[in-house]
Design a protein around this ligand. Structure first.
Ligand code: HEM
Length: 488
């Protein structure tokens, strides 16, 4: 937009000078969360870069981000039309598509209520407080056995490789009413390839902004397209099985409940939002996709941090030691060190450095700066989680920062300063489930294992940039601590 199009009284956005054609791609580099954090020190909480020919507004600072996403939520609730997003769920994704506000809101509501009702459903036996707990406890037990047996045969294990199957099985249980064996090749090949997915949809991928790059053959892009189509085929097969065996008097899982919603809607002549059945049933793609990659990345990072900081691991063990039975969700409130550790993993790793890109839905202004409609907006969560204005020694990994001086309670206000799930209208809908999953899987792992690195090997904690940043795949060792409860 031109200088003279800026409404009176508003200012033009500051930012680095773009080069012709490529814009600021070179300054962005391969770690945009770091380069854009550096730029925020120079230009402030709101500045504009250009990726290719396209302007992108970058927001940092807790107050500014809260102002945009919460107080001016509707203005910033859109998603940009990015090249890579068109391949996700055939362009019908709830999280990544450019659905109009009404359609997106209706789908989000459906997704949220399906998730909530199937996670809080009663367990099959009274020993479990809910279905979510039952799934995690059972998968946790499989995971322990699995790690033990791999340790026996190989002497080391790849943490992500096994954690991701267990986490995927929890969301599979809720979405599809089934689980997969740890050796199931179909599931393995899907969940073990999520790295490439994240690398392509991470904020600032030049191919999303520079159209000419879309015509240049790229191995990563080819893999990305193939992962997406395998992913949709995998789910389509399961959805078709559900249609074939659907019984309205026996709703088995989230897929059934979405099919049921389509049937109900056909009887409801007053429904005012026009939506295809496909747009409703494909919600399950988003829930499954968002549900396994994020949580397994978080649990896997947590194990890495335990190995990197043995004194922290000792404290975790000491807190869990008092447990004379398998951990449960209700233990969360009584394990403040575990809770602080998880908060510090979210903060320090900031493994979702940016939210999914946002887009303005109309001409708007923020802190006196003009931002036109349809501008792509990056939210730098990493910057907020490492802002020296908010955190003492932000680069130090220190779970105690969230504890009161006696170490008996988590400081809620400090905890809420960590931004990992976005904020406002687009905030993650799986947050409660995710936090419970991370807690219970970790508590089970801590109770059962002592983790350490292979002697003489160096632990590499460098994150690989993407939508969800992963640690490099590696092997660790686990020694069994106690396993008093083979039967839960
Ligand atoms: C969106 C974080 C787990 C479902 C998001 C966003 C973030 C996020 C940062 C984007 C917010 C934005 O664009 O402003 C996380 C983290 C998780 C996690 C850190 C785990 C540790 C889950 C789980 C589910 C889920 C378990 C579902 C089962 C979704 C969905 C969206 C979303 C559907 C899209 C919402 C929308 O566009 O309206 N999440 N998430 N997430 N998340 Fe999560």
């Amino acid at each position: 937009y031109l200088q003279n199009e800026i409404p009176e009284g508003l200012q033009r956005l500051p930012g680095p000078k773009p080069l012709p054609i490529i814009g600021n791609v070179l300054e962005l580099g391969s770690k945009p969360y770091l380069s854009l954090t550096e730029m925020s020190k120079r230009f402030g909480d709101i500045f504009q870069i250009q990726i290719g020919m396209r302007p992108v507004v970058v927001l940092s600072g807790s107050e500014t981000v809260r102002q945009a996403l919460i107080k001016q939520g509707d203005d910033f609730a859109g998603r940009p039309d990015l090249y890579s997003f068109r391949f996700i769920s055939d362009g019908k994704s709830l999280a990544f598509s450019t659905d109009q506000a009404g359609v997106w809101r209706a789908r989000r509501k459906l997704a949220y209520s399906a998730l909530r009702s199937f996670s809080s459903l009663e367990g099959t036996t009274p020993e479990y407080s809910c279905m979510l707990e039952e799934h995690i406890c059972k998968e946790g037990e499989y995971l322990i056995k699995r790690i033990q047996s791999v340790m026996k045969t190989d002497g080391s294990f790849d943490p992500f490789r096994h954690i991701v199957v267990s986490v995927a099985n929890v969301i599979c249980g809720m979405c599809f009413g089934r689980r997969y064996d740890h050796d199931d090749q179909e599931l393995l090949s899907l969940v073990n390839l999520s790295d490439e997915f994240g690398q392509v949809v991470g904020s600032g991928n030049p191919a999303d902004f520079i159209p000419i790059l879309q015509y240049i053959p790229s191995v990563t892009m080819k893999k990305f397209v193939s992962i997406n189509s395998r992913f949709t085929n995998f789910i389509e097969k399961i959805v078709n099985e559900h249609y074939a065996t659907y019984d309205k008097d026996n709703i088995r899982d989230i897929t059934d409940s979405l099919i049921d919603h389509c049937e109900d809607r056909k009887l409801d002549e007053n429904s005012n939002i026009q939506m295809s059945d496909e747009k409703i049933v494909s919600i399950v793609n988003d829930l499954f996709g968002a549900g396994f990659d994020t949580v397994s990345t978080c649990v896997s990072w947590s194990v890495m941090y335990m190995v990197a900081y043995p004194e922290v691991q000792d404290k975790l063990h000491r807190e869990i030691l008092g447990q004379d039975r398998f951990p449960r969700l209700s233990d969360r409130a009584n394990l403040p060190y575990v809770e602080s550790f998880i908060l510090e993993v979210f903060r320090h790793s900031s493994f979702l450095p940016f939210t999914i890109p946002h887009c303005t839905t109309k001409n708007t202004s923020l802190n006196g700066y003009f931002i036109p409609k349809d501008t792509c907006v990056f939210i730098n969560q990493w910057q907020i989680n490492h802002d020296p204005e908010l955190w003492k020694d932000p680069s130090t990994f220190n779970p105690e920062r969230f504890l009161n001086s006696e170490g008996t309670e988590v400081n809620k206000v400090e905890g809420e300063k960590v931004v990992a799930f976005g904020l406002g209208r687009r905030r993650c809908i799986g947050e409660v489930i995710a936090r419970n999953e991370v807690f219970l899987f970790l508590a089970i792992l801590i109770q059962n294992f002592h983790f350490h690195k292979i002697p003489d090997q160096i632990l590499d904690m460098t994150p690989e940039y993407g939508l969800t940043m992963k640690h490099k795949r590696c092997h660790l060792q686990a020694t069994i601590r106690l396993y008093l409860y083979p039967k839960m």
